[in-house]
Design a binder for this molecule. Structure first.
Ligand SMILES: Nc1ncnc2c1ncn2[C@@H]1O[C@H](COP(=O)(O)OP(=O)(O)OP(=O)(O)O)[C@@H](O)[C@H]1O
Ligand SMILES: [Mg+2]
Length: 349
């Protein structure tokens, strides 16, 4: 993990160069190679490897990543400890994933005394730190690009909740690539032994970063609003998750409901459509009503779990937290959080 960015690039490029050579036959690679692959860390082969990067088949990439992961001793020494690991996702943006992730994490850590790690998995437009009202010194970028250990990157908040933040608006993070994502996951798995619950606050949509986090977590909770577009997107995401076997356990939170009845109606519709067309049950974790007090807390850069005047919203979050604690679906042994599923997510994204 002490590899710096350049070393990682060299290793990644050399590795891809070799893979290309194996896939296409030595002659083609040799023809284009100025220094030959023996000068593997030299510029020519790095450039060559970068040029041919797009020619590699995605399935080959998956296979070789798996081989590398399996040969890594870190994975053989993983703790047998059980953790709950949940990806909070949605098809449509702006439905409340980040607010729910942050406040759910706070409920789990303060009311239910769990050791919680919140990972900002929105690699492009991260904002969990803003919702928590903190200014991170380090972020996931420092781990991925500068080799800083997660123990130094993680932010210990005053509420007992730990956060891995991402600095927002960074193009490099959006197109991280499989090798870097995999490297981060390895680090995360080793680090996860310190926690009872890990939450991934995913980006909206279904790009390969999102599907990677969904594939890694044993459980996904999809957040829906009551708008028809959100309902359609929940169904589409659910379909993708089951079709590509990214997760066996998908739950639902309906947010911003006009009232509880409205929320339950939406959940019922989604549940029956999923049963009918996908033959899967979607467990409803809870309904959260739309509240002006939530919006006010966001504007004050305070987590609504502590500052919201609307007690019913806090009760909603506590009930969802309790439901998660009582459910064993999201539980996994740490050694089961392996790169195979993560890589599947990348490939299927
Ligand atoms: N229960 C609620 N009541 C009122 N407003 C809400 C509620 N939930 C979310 N909001 C509003 O929705 C906005 C978006 O929430 P949030 O950032 O959590 O969505 P998101 O799904 O994470 O968005 P993105 O897809 O961009 O990551 C909040 O800033 C807040 O104003
Ligand atoms: Mg968000």
């Amino acid at each position: 993990m002490d590899m710096n960015n350049r070393q990682l690039q060299s290793q990644e490029s050399y590795y891809e160069f070799k893979q290309f050579r194996n896939n296409t036959g030595y002659n083609i690679a040799h023809k284009y190679s100025v220094g030959g692959y023996r000068s593997n860390f030299k510029t020519q082969s790095i450039n060559l490897a970068n040029n041919i990067k797009n020619k590699l088949k995605r399935t080959d990439q998956a296979q070789s990543l798996r081989q590398r992961a399996k040969s890594n001793d870190d994975f053989n020494n993983l703790s047998k400890k059980a953790v709950k690991c949940i990806a909070i996702a949605s098809g449509k943006g702006g439905v409340g994933k980040t607010l729910i992730s942050v406040n759910l994490a706070l409920s789990l850590s303060t009311k239910y005394k769990k050791k919680v790690l919140l990972v900002d998995a929105d690699l492009g437009l991260a904002n969990a730190d803003i919702v928590l009202g903190i200014e991170p010194k380090y972020s996931m970028q420092d781990c991925i690009f500068k080799g800083k250990p997660l123990s130094e990157v993680v932010i210990k908040t005053e509420h007992g909740l730990d956060l891995i933040a991402v600095s927002s608006g960074n193009k490099e993070m959006v197109s991280l690539g499989a090798a870097r994502l995999e490297m981060f996951l390895k680090e995360l798995i080793n680090f996860a032994a310190n926690y009872d619950i890990i939450l991934f606050d995913c980006a909206a949509g279904i790009d390969n970063n999102v599907t990677s986090f969904i594939a890694t977590a044993p459980q996904t909770i999809i957040v829906a609003s009551t708008e028809p577009t959100s309902i359609m997107d929940v169904y589409a995401l659910n379909k993708l998750i089951y079709r590509d076997n990214l997760s066996q356990n998908v739950g639902l939170i309906v947010n911003m409901a006009d009232d509880k009845e409205h929320g339950y109606r939406v959940a019922k519709t989604l549940s029956s459509v999923s049963k009918k067309h996908l033959n899967v049950q979607v467990h409803l974790h809870g309904v959260i009503s739309r509240s002006e007090a939530v919006h006010e807390a966001v504007c004050k850069r305070q987590p609504f779990y502590f500052s919201c005047k609307d007690q019913s919203i806090i009760e909603d979050i506590d009930n969802i937290a309790k439901d998660i604690i009582l459910s064993h679906k999201s539980e996994t042994k740490l050694h089961s959080l392996n790169t195979d599923k993560f890589i599947d997510g990348i490939i299927k994204g």
